[in-house]
Design a protein around this ligand. Structure first.
Ligand code: XMP
Length: 612
C-alpha cells in the first residue's frame, strides 16, 4: 500500500525520472517511487500519479507498462516523456517513430489554457530527449503545446485531470519546470512532507522491516551517509538492537576516524566498534590495477572483516553459512546488514529497475546483492538525495562539520590512487589529431567517464599555459570541445605546475600504504586551503587523485578535481581562482614524491566525478 496522500512516481526506468520524487518532496508533498507495473489497487489512497520517462518505445515488445486500472482511481495523472507516450498509447491514441530525434534544449509554443501552464509564457525552452512522438491524440484530449518537430509536445484531458508532457520538467534545463510540477501537485490532495516527518516515516519503515526482534549490524564508513544511517537506526531501534563497526581501511581521509569517534561520544553512542584492518586491505589490493577489480576487492574485504570481527565480538546469530558462497555469512533470522546507500548510488549501478548499469558500486557487489535479494539488508536512506541526508543528520544532532563534509566514496582513496604495472603499454604515446590548438600532452593514464548511459575508459589531455594557474575561457571551451571531437580523450586538465609540455615517465604502482599516505597529505592540504579560502561549502566535492607518473623516474602527480553539483548525477568543474590554485600547487609540490599537479576542467558528462 502507498502512504496516504502521496504522489506516486511509477518508474519506467529513465535515469532522470527519479529526480521527480525529489522535486515533489522539495515542493513539500509526500512522494514515493514504485515500479511501473504496480497493481492499481495498491495505489489506492495516492493523491496523484506521475509516470516517469524511460529509454524504450511503447510499441516495443517487453517495454515497460502500467496497470490501466490507474485511470479508474480518479486522481490526477501526469506523464512525462515515455510516460506521456504511454498515456497516449494506453488510451488508444497513436505513438510513432519521429522523423527527427529531439535531444537537449528545444523551444515549445503553447496553445490554449490549462492549470498546468497558468501564468507561464507562451514560448518556453524545455529539455527534450525523445525519438518517438504522439501522432494521434487519445479521445477527450487536446494538444497544449508543440515544437518545430513534434506536434503534441503537451496534451491534456482537463475533465479527468490527465496530462502528458513530452519534455522533462524535472531537470533544471527546462524553464519553469518546477512551476509546472508545482501546479500539478496543487491539483492533488497531498500529504505534507518535510524532513522531520521523514524521520518519523523512515522510523516507521525501519521498525516494519526489522520487526520486533531482529537486530541490525552496520558498517559505518566514516562518510556522511553511513554515519547518518547508523545514528538514525540507533534512535529508532535503541542501542541494544544495533551494532556498528567502523573498519579503518587505511584508505580514509586524514583524522577521519578521530572525528567520528568524537561525534559519537558527544551523542553518547557507544555501540560502534572500530577495527583497524588496513594491513588486510593493502594485502588484498596487492597487484590489483583494474578499477572495477579494486572496488570488488575493497567491497569483499569489508564483508570479510565484518564477518570475522562480528564472530569475535560474540554477536549471537552471526554464523558461518557456507551456502552463501560469497564469503559473507549472516544468519538471516536474527541479524540484518545495515547500509548507508543513498538514492544516486542505486541508480548509478543500475539498481533502478530499467536503468542501464554505469558503474559497480561497492554497496552493490555480488555478495551484498545476494543478501538484498534474500531480504537481509536494510538501507534506510535509499530514497534520499545527499542534501536530504544532511538535513536529516543535523536533525539527529550530528555536528555540522561532519554532516556537511564533502561526500567520500565508500572505497575511499582506493579509487583515487590510479594504478598500473604496465610501463610499456602506458608509455605508448597517444597521438593528438592536430585539432587541439594550445600546447598539450596526452597523459599516459586512462580514466573512467560517462557518455549517454555508457562508460568510457579513455586518456586525459593536459593543457599547458604560460600562466599555469590561470584558467581562461579558452581552457574552459577546450574542456568541452576536445572530448566531443577526439574519441581517445574524455578529460581535459590544466597543468598548474609546469608552463610547457614535459615528458612524463610512468612509475608502476598499486594501492599501497605509502601511496595512500602521500595522497592523504595532498588531500588534507586541499581541504585546509578550501576552508581558508571559504570555498569548502561552495564546492560540492573535491576528489584529489594520485597518478602513477611524474616528470622524473619514480615521480607521481596529483589531480585536483573540484566540482559543483546538486546530486552527483551531473557536475560542473569548479574553476579555482589563480591565487588559491597557486598556493595549493606550491604546497603539494613540496610533498616528497610529487612533481606535477593538474586541475581537472571536465564536466560530468563526459568525465565522471571520480577518476575510476
Ligand atoms: P562518479 O565518479 O560516478 O561519482 O561521477 C558520483 C558520486 O558517487 C561517488 N562514488 C562512489 N561512492 N562507492 C561510493 O560509496 C563507490 O564505488 C563510488 N564511486 C563513486 C562519488 O564520490 C560521487 O560523489
Amino acid at each position: 500500500m502507498v502512504h496516504k496522500g502521496s504522489i506516486v512516481i511509477l518508474d519506467f526506468g529513465g535515469q532522470y525520472a527519479h529526480l521527480i520524487a525529489n522535486r515533489v518532496r522539495r515542493l513539500g508533498a509526500y512522494s514515493e517511487i514504485r515500479v511501473s507495473e504496480t497493481p492499481a489497487k495498491e495505489l489506492k489512497g495516492a493523491a496523484g500519479i506521475i509516470l516517469s520517462g524511460g529509454p524504450q518505445s511503447v510499441y516495443e515488445k517487453g517495454s515497460p507498462t502500467a496497470d490501466h486500472g490507474i485511470f479508474e482511481l480518479g486522481i490526477p495523472i501526469l506523464g512525462l516523456c515515455y510516460g506521456h507516450q504511454w498515456l497516449a498509447h494506453a488510451l488508444n491514441g497513436k505513438v510513432s517513430p519521429g522523423k527527427t530525434k529531439e535531444y537537449g534544449h528545444t523551444m515549445i509554443e503553447r496553445s490554449g489554457e490549462s492549470p498546468i501552464f497558468k501564468g507561464l509564457p507562451q514560448i518556453m525552452t524545455v529539455w527534450m530527449s525523445h525519438g518517438d512522438e504522439v501522432t494521434q491524440l487519445p479521445k477527450g484530449f487536446v494538444a497544449m503545446a508543440k515544437s518545430s518537430v513534434c506536434s503534441v509536445a503537451a496534451m491534456a484531458n482537463e475533465s479527468r485531470k490527465i496530462y502528458g508532457l513530452q519534455f522533462h520538467i524535472e531537470v533544471t534545463h527546462t524553464e519553469h519546470g518546477m512551476e509546472m510540477l508545482k501546479k500539478f501537485v496543487a491539483l492533488c490532495k497531498t500529504t505534507p512532507w518535510k524532513i522531520d516527518s521523514f524521520v518519523d516515516y523512515v522510523g516507521g519503515q525501519i521498525k516494519e522491516e526489522v520487526g520486533k526482534s531482529k537486530k541490525v549490524f552496520m558498517l559505518v564508513s566514516g562518510g556522511v551517509d553511513s554515519t547518518v544511517a547508523f545514528t538514525l537506526l540507533n534512535k529508532v531501534l535503541g542501542p541494544s538492537r544495533v551494532q556498528g563497526m567502523l573498519v579503518d581501511t587505511g584508505l580514509m581521509r586524514k583524522d577521519e576516524v578521530a572525528q567520528i569517534r568524537a561525534a559519537f561520544k558527544k551523542l553518547k553512542i557507544k555501540n560502534l566498534h572500530i577495527e583497524d584492518a588496513s594491513d588486510e586491505f593493502f594485502k588484498n589490493l596487492k597487484g590489483a590495477t583494474d578499477p572495477e577489480q579494486k572496488r570488488k576487492i575493497i567491497g569483499r574485504t569489508f564483508l570479510d572483516v565484518q564477518q570475522r570481527v562480528s564472530e569475535k565480538m560474540g554477536l549471537t546469530g552471526v554464523k558461518s553459512d557456507p551456502s552463501s558462497g560469497s564469503g559473507l555469512k549472516v544468519k538471516s533470522d536474527e541479524w540484518l546488514l545495515g547500509q548507508g546507500t543513498i538514492y544516486p548510488d542505486t541508480i548509478e549501478t543500475g539498481g533502478s529497475r530499467h536503468a542501464d548499469q554505469i558503474k559497480t558500486h561497492h554497496n552493490r557487489v555480488d555478495a551484498v546483492q545476494k543478501m538484498i535479494d534474500a531480504g537481509q539488508v536494510i538501507e534506510p536512506l535509499k530514497e534520499l538525495y545527499k542534501d536530504e541526508v544532511r538535513m536529516l543528520g543535523e536533525e539527529l544532532g550530528l555536528p555540522k562539520e561532519l554532516v556537511w563534509r564533502h561526500p567520500f566514496p565508500g572505497p575511499g582513496l582506493g579509487v583515487r590512487i590510479l594504478c598500473t604495472n604496465e610501463v610499456k603499454r602506458e608509455k605508448r604515446k597517444v597521438k593528438s589529431d592536430g585539432s587541439i590548438s594550445v600546447p598539450h600532452e596526452i597523459l599516459p593514464v586512462r580514466s573512467v567517464g560517462v557518455q549517454g548511459d555508457g562508460r568510457t575508459y579513455r586518456h586525459a589531455v593536459a593543457l599547458f599555459s604560460r600562466h599555469p594557474c590561470h584558467v581562461t575561457p579558452e581552457h574552459k571551451a577546450l574542456a568541452t570541445s576536445i572530448p566531443n571531437t577526439n574519441k581517445e580523450i574524455n578529460r581535459v586538465l590544466l597543468c598548474t605546475s609546469h608552463d610547457r609540455p614535459v615528458e612524463f615517465t610512468v612509475t608502476p604502482g598499486t594501492v599501497t600504504r605509502e601511496r595512500a599516505e602521500l595522497l592523504r597529505e595532498a588531500d588534507a592540504i586541499v581541504s585546509e586551503e578550501m576552508r581558508a579560502a571559504d570555498l569548502y561549502g561552495v564546492i560540492w566535492q573535491f576528489p584529489v587523485v594520485l597518478l602513477p607518473f611524474g616528470t622524473k623516474k619514480g615521480g607521481q602527480s596529483i589531480v585536483l578535481r573540484p566540482i559543483v553539483s546538486v546530486d552527483a548525477m551531473t557536475a560542473n568543474a569548479y574553476l579555482l581562482e589563480q591565487s588559491v590554485l597557486e598556493t595549493i600547487t606550491r604546497r603539494i609540490l613540496d610533498l616528497k614524491g610529487i612533481d606535477a599537479v593538474f586541475l581537472d576542467l571536465t564536466n560530468k558528462p563526459p568525465g565522471t566525478i571520480e577518476w575510476e
